[in-house]
Write a protein that binds this ligand. Structure first.
Ligand SMILES: Nc1ncnc2c1ncn2[C@@H]1O[C@H](COP(=O)(O)OP(=O)(O)OP(=O)(O)O)[C@@H](O)[C@H]1O
Ligand SMILES: [Mg+2]
Length: 394
């Protein structure tokens, strides 16, 4: 089939031609946006799931929905070494600038800018906020990020309300927040929700964010609904495979779809990658099971060279060794003591590496004493790449 017309889109955050199986989440988000805009209290959303299940795609979609609903939207993507206070302050500046576009700056907006100035001055190595306005004493200048962010959120909410606007902040890769930053964020959301101000924060991240939020503030469950983003199941998984082609007049045989489900296990990223290669492989419609099987090897090669490898290369040898030991044990979840035994070390000496792997987002703890990969089918990849618990440390 013509590769130029190929409708499959593997890639981080790449919009799929057909967004399968997420209607329930989109409906919830729609209600959330409408309620917040109307000044009604509503629990916000935290989306959590493994690598490649479609969290960023969903956040991008929510960004579009909120924008269409006339929200001022800022999307923040955290990475491992980012400082949340610095990033947040920069985005708050953008939000206030957007609010200022609507009207001649009114009192509450001016005040919000002054509070932002105070906040920026308290952050060590913080952003230079060059606004020609004086900082305000006693607001967001305590140097305690939690107290200051609460102040700041209230002022943003008031300024937005004064202009008849609503604000939506989307945060991706939330697992990279420090616990104190998570606590500050949740406490700030709590305050604006109590005051019924038109500001909503939606987060997405690896499965660890649910526990992180609970540890940071015990009341986080009252503020956020934790929604898992999972691999696709029937009947939506069939549509994820077949619909992009169907839109271009190309069918899949039932057997071909079943084979594609078996190979991808319903993981959205793998569906896009397999779809892409199958499309390029097939000579005519309907796409047959042989076309899918023929595309499998190339799909795996491409996943190995891109999806898996870029992630794997971020690990140092000590971390690769621990993950190699996990893969040797089969598929997860794994008990930490089994992993340590495979590495021929005591569990206590493996725990610093376990901690850095969690911090870097390679693994997470599905339950006490257990670990698993955040990347679907990562154990298979490590076995294909012959990475074991016996590789040399740095
Ligand atoms: N609901 C869906 N239906 C079909 N394809 C999807 C769906 N969601 C995501 N995809 C595809 O899956 C791939 C990965 O999506 P995305 O980057 O949003 O995942 P992610 O969860 O953010 O991953 P990571 O944790 O690595 O950032 C993209 O190629 C996208 O097109
Ligand atoms: Mg993502």
């Amino acid at each position: 089939m013509d590769p130029i017309l190929n409708p499959y889109n593997p890639g981080a955050g790449s919009r799929p031609s057909y967004l399968a199986g997420r209607d329930g989440i989109l409906t919830k988000a729609n209600i959330l946006f409408k309620r917040v805009k109307a000044g009604r209290a509503q629990r916000s959303i935290m989306l959590y799931g493994l690598r490649g299940v479609g969290k960023t795609v969903l956040l991008n979609r929510l960004n579009t929905m909120a924008t269409e609903d006339d929200y001022i939207v800022e999307q923040i993507e955290m990475s491992e070494n980012d400082k949340f206070d610095v990033k947040m302050t920069n985005h708050i500046r953008k939000i206030l600038l957007q609010i200022s576009l609507f009207e001649n700056a009114k009192d509450k907006l001016k005040k919000a800018f002054r509070v932002l100035k105070s906040l920026s001055l308290t952050i060590p190595d913080g952003p230079e906020i060059s606004i020609d306005i004086d900082a305000i004493a006693g607001e967001a200048d305590s140097g305690n990020f939690e107290t200051d962010l609460i102040d700041m959120f209230v002022h943003i909410g008031n300024a937005a309300k004064e202009e008849g606007k609503s604000v939506c902040i989307l945060i991706d890769e939330t697992q990279y927040l420090k616990e104190s930053d998570m606590a500050a964020l949740i406490a700030s959301c709590h305050k604006v929700s109590q005051l019924e101000l038109p500001l909503v924060v939606i987060c997405a991240g690896l499965p660890s964010i649910a526990a992180m939020a609970g540890d940071a503030k015990s009341y986080s469950e009252r503020l956020f609904e934790f929604i898992p983003v999972s691999n696709l199941v029937s009947p939506e998984v069939e549509l994820a495979i077949s619909q992009p082609a169907k839109d271009l007049g190309v069918e899949f045989t039932d057997k071909a779809i079943l084979e594609a489900i078996t190979i991808t296990q319903g993981y959205p990223y793998f569906i896009q990658e397999l779809g892409k290669h199958t499309w390029n492989q097939a000579a005519k419609s309907p796409i047959s099971v042989d076309d899918v099987v023929a595309a499998k090897t190339e799909t795996l090669n491409e996943l190995d060279d891109s999806f898996f490898k870029v992630r794997f290369d971020r690990a140092i040898n000590r971390e690769k060794k621990l993950m190699g030991a996990m893969a040797e044990l089969g598929d997860g979840p794994y008990s930490m003591s089994d992993v340590a035994a495979k590495m021929k070390v005591r569990p206590t000496s493996a725990s610093p590496t376990r901690a850095t792997l969690i911090r870097k987002g390679f693994i997470y703890a599905p339950s006490h004493g257990q670990i698993d990969f955040t990347v679907p089918l990562f154990a298979d990849f490590l076995r294909r790449a012959k990475i074991t618990g016996a590789i040399e440390e740095d």
